[in-house]
Design a protein around this ligand. Structure first.
Ligand SMILES: [Zn+2]
Length: 433
């Protein structure tokens, strides 16, 4: 069994040793004697067994849980920088045109690039929605990350497409039964405005039959709300509720334009919400993310970046900072979205929504751990770690990443980085005119 000891890591201001056994944190204890054979497999008593273990010296570093990016379209790293300063209509047309040119190689290289970026910026667990799950699974698995992937049902309200789309989702479900244990499948319903009622109901019923999560875009723009009221006489949240789509298995991305009734509907059904601040700001979607009201209604709120066609990066530290600054500015209240909440939104809330026991450095939790290098100006003075991490530092402070009990980055080195960058540079040109 894979065994790791992280020595001298700071947790909540105290130096501790962390023992990992398999994919779990087995034990956290006070620091023992210093180990001279750092970074080597050594025979030794790690206080919990006599099997060999690898020692990682974390002197000068703080251990935190991995971030969970709860809304991505990972392969869209290939679209980075291609759609700037456009109207939403022009942006959509350009994205759809490039998406019509996607092939397995582009997806594979784009997801590898996304995984590289996520590892280097501290995200080891993500919720993704996109096409072509075969090359996606291969890329995620090679990079050693944890992911929940869905294939979006999207018929543009043309029910003649439903059977084909639904059987594709069923095929992916069947193949997911042999995916690695760290990669799960869920059902994607693109949005209430782009999917027919028939297909939404079929997707939701299938998800519930097989205990799968349902991922949907909801209330992203004011136009979406106005169109829904014109067409159905009700808001998108009310429409989904009456159609029987909502439930505690639903993850709703954006949730930017919810009225009081919508918030209470989502709370009553136990829906989770994902805030994607950078994407919303970049696409000029406005801002009405009612964090306090959602919490009061019992909604679990998480953070995401969205795809790189709009957010340009997958950086959760940047997402945390912008989310808090925008919430404070909009509420005209410097106490809004405080640090402790912010950190939980980016870590344990995501794991909880995915039904995973992680996002925390505690015995028994999944061993998805970051070691943060706190040398340098961003962490000086060492007065408030969370404040320095979120408001002062950048993601290059992430020194080491351990996912599912495996070291996938040490001292910022990720295996195959050069090839991943070269491959992406070669493949992306196929998307352009
Ligand atoms: Zn999205």
């Amino acid at each position: 069994m894979n065994r790791i000891m992280i020595s001298n890591a700071v947790i909540n201001g105290e130096k501790r040793d962390i023992y990992i056994s398999g994919n779990k944190i087995e034990k956290i204890s006070g620091c023992g004697d210093p180990y001279p054979a750092n970074e080597k497999k050594i025979e030794g008593d790690c206080h919990c067994s006599h099997e060999p273990f690898t020692v990682l010296d974390a002197e000068g570093m703080t251990a935190i849980p991995s971030f969970a990016n709860m809304h991505t379209h990972a392969a869209m790293t290939m679209f980075r920088g291609t759609c700037e300063d456009m109207s939403l209509n022009d942006w959509l047309n350009k994205v759809w045109k490039m998406e019509s040119r996607l092939d397995d190689d582009i997806i594979y290289c784009g997801v590898k690039l996304a995984c590289l970026e996520m590892i280097k910026s501290g995200t080891l667990c993500f919720k993704d929605q996109y096409w072509r799950l075969g090359p996606t699974v291969r890329a995620v698995s090679e990079m050693g990350l944890r992911a929940d992937l869905d294939y979006p049902l999207l018929d543009q309200n043309d029910e003649s497409k439903d059977d084909g789309l639904f059987s594709k989702a069923c095929e992916y479900y069947d193949s997911s039964l042999s995916w690695p244990e760290t990669i799960r499948f869920s059902i994607g319903i693109h949005s209430p405005y782009s999917v027919s009622l028939n297909l939404m109901k079929k997707g939701a019923a299938f998800a519930r039959e097989h205990s799968l999560l349902i991922n949907i875009h909801l209330a992203e723009t004011r136009k979406e709300i106005a169109d829904s009221i014109t067409l159905h006489g009700k808001t998108p949240a009310a429409y989904l509720s009456e159609a029987g789509i909502l439930g505690p298995d639903v993850i709703a991305a954006h949730c930017l334009w919810l009225n009081d009734d919508d918030i209470s509907i989502l709370g009553k059904h136990g829906v989770s919400a994902v805030h994607n601040i950078n994407s919303n700001m970049k696409l000029g979607s406005g801002y009405e993310f009612r964090y306090d009201e959602m919490c009061d209604a019992g909604i679990t709120v998480c953070l995401g970046t969205d795809g790189c066609a709009s957010s340009n990066n997958l950086d959760m530290l940047e997402t945390m900072k912008t989310s808090a600054l925008m919430q404070k500015a909009w509420r005209m209240d410097p106490k809004a979205l405080p640090l402790g909440d912010l950190f939980n939104l980016a870590t344990r809330n995501g794991y909880k929504v995915l039904g995973l026991d992680g996002g925390r450095i505690e015995e028994g939790a999944l061993a998805d751990i970051l070691l943060i290098n706190t040398d340098g100006y961003a962490f000086t003075p060492h007065y408030n770690f969370l404040s320095n991490l979120i408001y002062s530092a950048h993601s290059d402070c992430v020194d080491t990443a351990i996912c599912n009990g495996r070291v996938i980055m040490r001292h910022r080195k990720v295996e195959g980085e050069k090839e991943i960058l070269e491959d992406a540079e070669r493949e992306y040109v196929k998307l352009l005119d």
